[in-house]
Design a protein around this ligand. Sequence first.
Ligand SMILES: Cc1ncc(COP(=O)(O)O)c(C=O)c1O
Length: 465
Amino acid sequence: MPAKVALLRSEFLGLNEDVPLRDGRRLVYVNFDNAATTPPLKAVVNAINALLPWYSSVHRGFGYKSQLSTGIYNRARDYITRFFGADPGKDLVIFVKNATEALNKLSYRLRTRRGQVILASRMEHHSNDLPWRLKRKTLFTELTPDGRLDLGDLENKLKNNQVALVTLCGASNVTGIINPLRTIAEMAHYYGATFLVDAAQLVPHRPLHLRSGEAPDFIAFSGHKLYAPFGAGVLLGPATAFTKGFPELTGGGTVAAVSKTRILFAPPPEREEAGTPNLIGAYAVAKALQWLQEHDFPALATYEENLTKYAYNRLATVPGIHLYGPPPTVTPRVGVITFNLEGIPHGLVAAALAYEAGIGVRHGCFCARPYVHHLLRLSPEAITTYEEQIAAGKKQDLPGMVRVSFGFYNTREEVDRLIAALFFLREEEEKIKKSYRVNPLTGEYRPPGEDYQVRLDRHRESFFL
Ligand SMILES: Cc1ncc(COP(=O)(O)O)c(C=O)c1O
């Protein structure tokens, strides 16, 4: 491993933990599930540890520690606003718990005129689909057969409807495809729509700028996908969106005055952050972004881009593999690759990688079912059949894929381990298929023997001693 990569790895916590395998051996864990959650940065954990002795109430007290805590909370807000090239005079960071809450918040708070609609797409995570679909009239931009946004359809829908908001993922959590945000922002703004980017998968992988760059009006993202796992997320956008109307959560912190007869809401951001703020989470997000800034974020992005191309090319050599989405050499993608191995259920592939090789991946539909249906080319009848199966409580043999997703700390050596494990799985396919058992209620595959489970249970209990 090049010295530079080794140095980079030393910045992260928990990269050298070994985990048990089915046969009793242990191997250093390979985490290829970064699109779900990333490990923490040491810089973030150290900063939190340094803050904890000073940790106190935010906005609620006047002792020294309270003033300090409030100052740090507000400074984190300011740091994040500037990091994304937003205008501190006009734009506002609202701290929430994750991207899902950020997207929900805007779905409650966005003011629209009669007849206006929301325009999302078929490639969205459920968190950028359901909040809109359940509250607003929502249209969906269609996709090309290989899973990119159909920009012609997007423009037609903008032209033929009164679109209040275009809301799209910056990068997909299924294919890693990076949407052409600048072009879309121009289109949305030309037709008078506001543009929200669900940046949960983009912020941890690529620089993004509000006012001068890609130009979305709002962005939403989570700290736990950004090496800052302390329960905070961000909604960033124009403050004017939050100056009228009621916040979706009310109570302490949201009001300036309350009497028997009158409620006077506080100005944003306080109005939008009900209850005691998550100082630790907010500070962690700011420190993670600061780390990116101090470690040449564009160079890190290039490293990950090359790793993704390397992995994609190596994966393409596995017999019977089907890779989804256009290759990263053709369409820019963050480090997310999904695939299936012909003849082997995706759940069994994921289980075999964990139990035989100590590699953590995710499988299934990744909370983006309409997109996965599209990529798998499922017919409406097939979708209905499997939805009925789920409704009946059976989760065996459901459609899905295997996903590997990278962080800046992953290496070519780790990718090589994945490829070797997939070749092994191909060679031992019949044996593994015969010996692993699937639980029809959960769809989870398990190898024979109890050793692994015993070790896992013991490890869990050790955290409660
Ligand atoms: C594109 C995208 N949007 C939204 C979310 C939701 O993020 P969270 O679960 O942190 O709220 C995810 C999570 O995987 C995601 O990938």
